[in-house]
Design a protein around this ligand. Structure first.
Ligand code: ADP
Length: 546
């Protein structure tokens, strides 16, 4: 520890001025910057004044202990927490109180405090004469002026900083604006692309439909003519007969292809509506198995496995039969040993139909492609069997129309399993559905469709009433018309989506207005094409109800 650098007494007001002056000199001497010099001087003068007022005076000791410690010892006990002490505490690093003393601690930049400097300072302080109050007042005024100048220059700096921040903010806003414009443009482009894709897909479907229509007539007449030549015309020698037989069988293949194309085009156009009825699966499966068994190769069994009790399934039996026929036919075509098995399993809300075989299998990398139009796996067995490559895409379209899904797994050389899952459309339960439509006739139709599915159906005739009803008691599903008086459907949707509590309310838009996919609705159904099955399929699809 360095010996005390300086000791002085405070007895009178002028001593406080001296203390202030010495404080500043010490601060300068040990290398504190100008502002810290003023801070220390001011802190000392505040403390000196307090000690004078509280205890009638005391002794001040300047000492070094790595930091500068200035201790003021009073003759009586000191009361900390007064205005002067509080002001001092703000100006130095630390203030420590003991019974009759207070110590101000101020950190020192270590590099600047050399032994030489300390010595010089000590000599300088020792030679300091008492300060006249007038001198010290002058010095304080000077300090005040400097402080004011500092404040002014800081304010200038602040203003400059503000201008900088403002410029940065403007630049950022502009950048954000540009980015937003980019995103908006991107969305517009995406929407364009979606429209283009939809148009291309529709054009393909139209093309398929019209080409197959055009081809059906000539293909039928080739078949007819071949039959006439074979059966009614002059007797033919063997070669001719064989050639005409070939024409007839090619004509038949052509007609089959054309018919399948036509079916597919219809299924994809979305114009194919299922006719729903309660279908008993056992007779459907058994009839099909009986019809197709003759196709099986020697040594291949076609087996049906159905549960003893099976509730009827609400579905379209014609479509379902077409799908199953396609899967079974494929199984039989591509199986040379073993069996083709159709197994039905009844779950609470789905029926699973598996068609599995012990046939040649499908390579893993082609499992997706077999659902594409005209795709056929190449291989020696495949070339020996007939087919168009249209069966599976058609089957998948039909399954989609029935609200189900069709998947496949396969192992080359082991066999293939197609899994068809069909929803039990009538086993949906919705506690509460709200219908918002201004047409009472259509509201009644929807109510009819929901019979047996929704426990409680509430109806309203406009958007405002819809929002009020939803806020009163949240429904499990909203069926929403677009064109309504007051608030229209679009506005209701927007309102719901901006409300965190109602954002996830399932909404199906049912409308006669022209509408693409609507943000915030789970599906859009067209009134003129709506059926009970269609509605239930969508309800099932949105995951509402159990
Ligand atoms: P098609 O049977 O008329 O060729 P599909 O669309 O029904 O057309 O089937 C496409 C292709 O998928 C078939 O050509 C065949 O290569 C493959 N495939 C379908 N089912 C099976 C199966 N059970 N086992 C092996 N390959 C199959």
């Amino acid at each position: 520890m360095t010996p005390d650098m300086l000791t002085m007494a405070i007895r009178t007001e002028p001593d406080v001025f001296t203390l202030r002056r010495i404080g500043r000199e010490v601060a300068a001497g040990i290398g504190l910057d100008y502002q810290d010099q003023v801070r220390l001087a001011t802190a000392l003068s505040e403390v000196g004044r307090e000690v004078l007022a509280q205890a009638g005076g005391g002794t001040v000791v300047f000492a070094f202990d790595g930091t500068l410690n200035v201790t003021v010892r009073a003759e009586y006990r000191l009361r900390p927490g007064t205005h002067g002490f509080a002001a001092a505490a703000r100006l130095v690093d630390e203030v420590r109180y003991a019974d009759q003393s207070v110590t101000l601690v101020k950190g020192v930049p270590p590099a600047r405090l050399t032994q030489d400097r300390l010595e010089t300072l000590r000599t300088h302080l020792a030679g300091l004469a008492a300060v006249s109050p007038l001198d010290e007042l002058r010095t304080q005024n000077q300090e005040l002026l400097t402080a004011l100048e500092d404040v002014q220059s800081q304010r200038d700096e602040l203003e400059e900083t503000n201008r900088g921040v403002l410029a940065l903010y403007t630049q950022l806003s502009e950048e954000l604006e540009h980015t937003n414009q980019g995103v908006v443009a991107l969305y517009a482009e995406l929407e364009d692309k979606t429209v283009q894709l939809r148009e291309a897909s529709e054009a393909k479907t139209r093309f398929l439909a019209s080409v197959s229509h055009e081809l059906r007539a000539p293909a039928s007449s080739i078949l007819g003519l071949a039959r006439m030549i074979l059966e009614l015309g002059d007797p033919l020698d063997d070669t001719r007969r064989h050639q005409i037989e070939l024409i007839r069988s090619s004509g038949r293949d052509l007609l089959n292809l054309v018919n399948e194309l036509l079916d597919l085009a219809k299924a994809e156009s979305g114009r194919l509506e299922p006719t729903l009825s309660e279908v008993e699966l056992r007779p459907v499966v058994e009839r099909l198995a009986a019809q197709l068994r003759p196709m099986a190769r020697d040594g291949v069994a076609l087996v049906a496995d159905l549960p003893g009790e099976l509730d009827p399934l609400l579905t379209d039996d014609v479509m379902l039969t077409q799908v199953l026929r396609n899967l079974l036919t494929n199984g039989l075509k591509f199986t040379e040993h073993g069996q083709v098995l159709i197994r039905v399993t009844d779950d609470a809300d789905t029926v699973l139909v598996e068609v599995s075989d012990t046939g040649i299998g499908i390579p893993a990398d082609q499992l997706d492609q077999i659902f594409e139009e005209f795709y056929q796996v190449r291989g020696p067995i495949q070339t020996r069997v007939t087919g168009t490559g249209l069966g599976l895409p058609y089957a998948r379209s039909l399954v989609g129309i029935l609200g189900g899904d069709l998947t496949v797994r396969s192992e080359v050389g082991e066999g293939t399993t197609f899994e068809l899952r069909l929803p039990r459309l009538d086993r949906i339960t919705l506690p509460r559905v709200l219908i918002a439509d201004d047409d009472p006739g259509f509201r009644a139709t929807l109510r009819d469709f929901l019979r047996g599915v929704a426990d409680q159906v509430e109806q309203v005739g406009d958007g405002r009433a819809a929002l009020a009803a939803i806020r009163r008691e949240r429904p499990d599903l909203l069926l929403l018309d677009l064109r309504m008086p007051d608030l229209d459907g679009g506005q209701v949707l927007a309102e719901l989506r901006s409300d965190p509590e109602l954002r996830d309310l399932p909404v199906i838009v049912v409308t006669s207005a022209e509408a693409g996919p609507l943000a915030g609705s789970v599906a859009v159904l067209e009134k003129s094409r709506l059926s009970r099955g269609g509605l239930l399929r969508v309800i099932r699809g949105v995951g509402t109800g159990g």
